[in-house]
Design a protein around this ligand. Structure first.
Ligand SMILES: [Zn+2]
Ligand SMILES: [Zn+2]
Length: 112
């Protein structure tokens, strides 16, 4: 495939590989008369692929944030006393609180 100077129309002898590189990079090259020219670069397939990957990563990040938020909610729920709504640092201490503060009381109240 022959490339002609955009200014004077003189054929420019570049091989296919060089042409591909020039098209990809949009680098400036010169005809024999010294007219500068360059191919217009289009976003190539790899750029589009990277762009779509970035979108995927962003989307996955948001999805992960949601999962973490839900997990955090669940964790808070698991550490919250179902009787008085008090929060404890861990599930275990919440259960101990539940047992100490509420279950014992009920058992004691039931006893004469
Ligand atoms: Zn020229
Ligand atoms: Zn409680």
């Amino acid at each position: 495939m022959s490339v002609r100077c955009a200014s004077c129309g003189v054929p420019i002898g570049i091989d296919r590989e060089t042409e591909a590189t020039l098209r990809q990079t949009g680098a400036t090259f010169y005809c024999h008369a010294g007219h500068p020219q360059s191919f217009k670069t289009k976003p190539d397939a790899r750029d589009r692929e990277i762009e779509s990957l970035k979108r995927t990563v962003r989307w996955q990040g948001e999805a992960l944030d949601e999962v973490y938020a839900e997990r955090e909610e669940l964790r808070v729920e698991r550490r919250t006393c179902p009787v008085c709504g008090e929060r404890r640092r861990t599930r275990r201490t919440m259960l101990r609180h539940l047992e100490d503060e509420h279950l014992k009381e009920e058992i004691e109240e039931e006893q004469p």
